[in-house]
Design a protein. Structure first.
Length: 446
């Protein structure tokens, strides 16, 4: 990207600050229509890149994105309005409000696993908040990246949203510009590189990262239901999802029944065609994690029983990100703590149980970005919930209003409308009467 392009994005971001809601809604509607008119192109690009089944492309990439854009179109006018807040008695004579202002030029760096949805969902929020945007999609999904480039050219002015193709060198080049916000979705290791680069120039950033998300299955859980949901979490997108269950803790009393039910159910679904593992590097990584003992060509998913197998040390440390999960048994939640201490703050935590005390104990003991109780992965589909990590799994949040706020500067405004005799007390000379007045105020205000 040239400095000239960046300067034009800066200038446009300034102009966008004066836009009203209808202008931004028009942009979102253009994007919405484009997606609706190109559904089959999106499906085809996802298939060409890693054989994502059309059904999954519809549900996880198109449906999610379309419902997000609709939610923004319906709510943006309300979100953009200045928000009146109370004014304390000490500031009598003033009114207070929060004014939502764009941040400026935003960089969006996206990953390959949901290459359409994870680019367009933050784009919707960034545009709705009035920012201009530079997108750097993943180099591992070239067909989708090409289609995204066309979408951006068709829907936006070049000085409003632009897309830069490339790999990590391109991200490094882009990070050389003084963006006003960087929104990164990807691995924790690259997240650290992005955070370091932003910190040097105090650029605010959002990190949407991954981690080893545990699923804890209590003795009284409905086994069939837990099996179906967990198998889906490992099957969909070949388990290459940031919120896929990574490590299962199954209560000792039901572990063998759970493993038997999982195997039976998983094998019954053999005919379904799953997505590919994205690249040879990732296949190799998964082979190494499992000492080559999992057939990655099969459409099945695999559970590795860590209570039987101890020779896979790396699988307990690295995010698996594939159609494999490990299983360990537990009797009390203290048995889970050593794992948690090594893999703190995952993006998601799942608990399957009928016991509310147990659920409460799990949630309080093991912080995570989000939680699914007797449910899995779909917590991210509620626009009214924030989506984001904590600590190792990231910082910041988006989806719905949370996305609008993430990409906005929430500016505090205090406006005087009348005489404020209390404020007069602050100004010199500091007389005895004023000191007495302050003492009086302390009685009432503190
Ligand atoms: P990645 O970190 O390898 O790549 C993400 C982006 O960063 C890509 O655009 C890539 O080109 C760029 N990049 C890669 N290496 C870089 C470097 N050294 N310097 C600068 N830029 C670099 O991640 P990925 O393999 O594309 O995605 C998988 C990871 O993303 C997993 O860890 C997963 O958990 C995480 N993820 C998180 C979420 C979320 O919403 N929290 C969603 C999807 C994926």
């Amino acid at each position: 990207m040239t400095s000239k392009i960046f300067d034009s994005l800066k200038l446009r971001a300034h102009k966008n600050r004066f836009e009203n809601a209808s202008v931004r809604i028009k942009k979102l509607k253009t994007l919405q229509s484009w997606i609706k008119n190109h559904e089959s192109d999106i499906e085809a690009a996802l298939y060409a890149d890693f054989k994502k089944p059309a059904f999954e492309a519809q549900v996880t990439e198109i449906l999610f994105t379309l419902s997000e854009v609709k939610f923004f179109i319906q709510n943006l006018s309300c979100w953009m309005k200045d928000k009146r807040v109370n004014t304390p008695l000490s500031l009598f004579g003033h009114k207070s409000y929060v004014h939502y202002e764009n941040k400026g030029v935003v960089l969006l760096v996206s990953p390959w696993n949901y290459p359409f949805m994870l680019t367009v969902a933050p784009l919707i929020a960034a545009v709705a908040a009035g920012n201009t945007v530079v997108i750097k999609p993943s180099e591992l999904t070239p067909h989708v990246s090409q289609l995204l480039e066309k979408m951006i050219k068709d829907c936006f002015d070049a000085d409003d949203v632009t897309l830069e193709q490339g790999d990590k060198e391109k991200t490094t080049e882009l990070l050389g510009y003084h963006f006003d916000h960087v929104f990164f979705t990807g691995s924790t290791s690259v997240g650290k590189i992005v955070a370091k680069s932003c910190a040097e120039r105090l650029i605010p950033y959002t990190l949407e990262l991954g981690g080893k998300s545990p699923a804890i299955i209590d003795a009284n859980a409905n086994i069939e239901e837990a099996v179906r949901k967990i198998q889906w979490g490992k099957f969909a997108n070949r388990g290459q999802a940031c919120v896929a269950p990574d490590t299962l803790f199954v209560h000792k009393k039901i572990k063998s029944a759970f493993l038997a039910a999982y195997k039976k159910y998983d094998e019954s679904l053999k005919s379904e065609t799953p997505s590919d593992i994205i690249s040879a590097r990732h296949s190799e990584r998964l082979k190494n994690l499992t000492n080559n003992q999992v057939d990655l060509k099969s459409s099945n998913t695999a559970l590795i029983d860590l209570d039987d197998v101890t020779q896979f040390p790396k699988i307990q440390e690295e995010e698996i990100f594939g159609p494999i999960a490990t299983v360990s048994e537990f009797e009390s939640i203290e048995d889970i703590r050593p794992f948690y201490e090594k893999n703190k703050n995952p993006l998601a935590l799942y608990v399957f149980s009928k016991n509310t005390d147990f659920i409460d104990q799990v949630i309080r003991n093991f912080p995570s970005g989000g939680v699914g109780i007797n449910t899995l992965v779909v917590h991210l589909a509620n626009h009214n919930l924030p989506f984001g990590g904590v600590g190792n799994s990231g910082q910041g949040r988006y989806h719905g209003h949370f996305g609008f706020l993430e990409f906005s500067h929430q500016r505090a405004v205090l406006k005087q409308w009348g005489f404020n005799f209390l404020l007069e007390i602050l100004f010199p000379p500091y007389t005895t009467r004023k000191k007495q007045a302050i003492d009086w105020m302390k009685k009432f205000l503190t």
